[in-house]
Ligand binder design. Structure first.
Ligand code: ZN
Ligand code: ZN
Length: 84
């Protein structure tokens, strides 16, 4: 099999997404798999959206806020019922 870009270069792997042969120059290793340039860009863009950024921080803040509110409610309820 030859590289889909460099027709005279032998492929070192096959892109799992588009099933095209990729040579050492075109191959991009992500999570132990070799991807062609186009798919590597797409996968990196997707994983960057998942990791880091504001949405994850917001999610964490909401989790902390919910935990704090639950603690206050349980404490207030315990006080009200005379458990403490
Ligand atoms: Zn590909
Ligand atoms: Zn190539």
């Amino acid at each position: 099999m030859k590289c889909y870009v460099h027709k005279d270069a032998d492929a070192v792997g096959v892109c799992p997404t588009c099933k095209q042969g990729i040579c050492g120059v075109c191959a991009n290793k992500i999570d132990g798999n070799l991807y062609c340039k186009n798919d590597a860009v797409n996968i990196r863009a997707r994983s960057q959206k998942k990791k880091g950024g504001l949405p994850v921080l917001l999610e964490l803040l909401i989790d902390v806020a919910i935990a704090a509110i639950m603690t206050i409610i349980i404490y207030a309820l315990a006080l009200w019922l005379g458990w403490l």
